[in-house]
Design a protein around this ligand. Structure first.
Ligand code: G1P
Length: 294
């Protein structure tokens, strides 16, 4: 029987250097897209995908994340007294939403290293990894799409997206062959090999790994077996490549739009698009943008 995925790991110990100076004293995961911090989008995606146990790997200066998912008595009391029922519901919703555990990553030694920190909290079961920089707008949540593949094959699945050549060196890139699945072609791939941040001329394809993974627990052992790779960091991609020696890994070219919200331009694009779609803001924001006469 294929075990159910109950837990999602959110690596959140990175230094956020792409977003300095905003991230000097504030975790990048707390940057708000319209009015919700980035990490909350990821957490809501996990919940909508049926994964309720959240494990956040934090580091120094990340206590705002813990406070965000905690109960704020003062705030709730104030909103109650002022009869702001709607805001109270939203604020309570965040802390009621999840079962959350935190573990520290003392040094930012790479994504693989961050995931390994969650080993004891995850235990011997399959789990998801969500990178909250990657905000994905999709009818069926991206993680849900991967979980459907996992439920079918019982093997690890990573999210894939086609990326232009000139940007490919910013990603983990796969060498993969398409597999027909549920009547769809060119969505599901069986991965043959992968490489973290290759030079464009060495990239095995234009299929990049995006920050959603469903992993079998054997990945932890693989992480312990690898050496530092790109950027001198313990890379999750290198651990997956190690895992490939003994287990199949699939890639799923998900349906939906992904924003790289860890990048300033990507963040701005996401902000504009998410604001335009908001029932309470969309029409006045659209009017404002129109009169900018760009
Ligand atoms: C990480 C992963 C990379 C993946 C990317 C997706 O890189 O290491 O394989 O393609 O996320 O966003 P980072 O963006 O942290 O450099």
């Amino acid at each position: 029987m294929i075990a159910k995925v109950r837990k999602a790991v959110f690596p959140a110990a990175g230094l956020g250097t792409r977003f300095l100076p905003a991230t000097k004293a504030m975790p990048k995961e707390m940057l708000p897209l319209v009015d919700k911090p980035l990490i909350q989008y990821g957490v809501e995606e996990a919940i909508q995908s049926g994964v309720q146990n959240i494990i956040i790997v934090t580091g120094r200066g990340k206590s705002a994340i813990e406070d965000h998912f905690d109960v704020s008595f003062e705030l709730e009391d104030l909103l109650e007294r002022k009869q702001k029922a709607d805001l109270l519901r939203q604020v309570r919703g965040v802390s009621d939403m999840i079962e959350v555990a935190y573990i520290r990553q003392k040094e930012a030694l790479g994504l693989g290293h961050a995931v390994l920190r969650a080993r004891n909290l995850v235990g011997p079961e399959p789990f998801a990894v969500v990178l909250s920089d990657d905000v994905i707008d999709a009818e069926v949540p991206c993680l849900h799409q991967l979980l459907d593949c996992y439920a079918y094959f019982g093997a690890s699945v990573v999210a894939l997206m086609e990326v232009p050549r000139e940007q490919i060196s910013a990603y983990g890139v796969v060498d993969a062959e398409p597999v027909d699945h549920n009547g769809t072609k060119n969505r599901l791939y069986r991965i043959r090999n992968m490489v973290e941040k290759p030079k464009a001329e060495h990239a095995p394809s234009n299929l990049a790994i995006i920050g959603r993974y469903v992993l079998v627990p054997e990945i932890f052992e693989s992480i312990t077996q690898i050496q530092p790779g790109a950027g001198g960091e313990i890379q999750l991609t290198d651990a997956l490549k190690h895992l490939l020696r003994s287990r199949p890994i699939y890639g799923y070219r998900f349906e939906g739009r992904r924003f790289d919200a860890g990048d300033k331009l990507g963040f701005l694009k996401a902000t504009v698009e998410f604001a335009l779609r908001r029932p309470d803001l969309g029409s006045s924001f659209r009017e404002y943008l129109k009169q900018l006469a760009l």
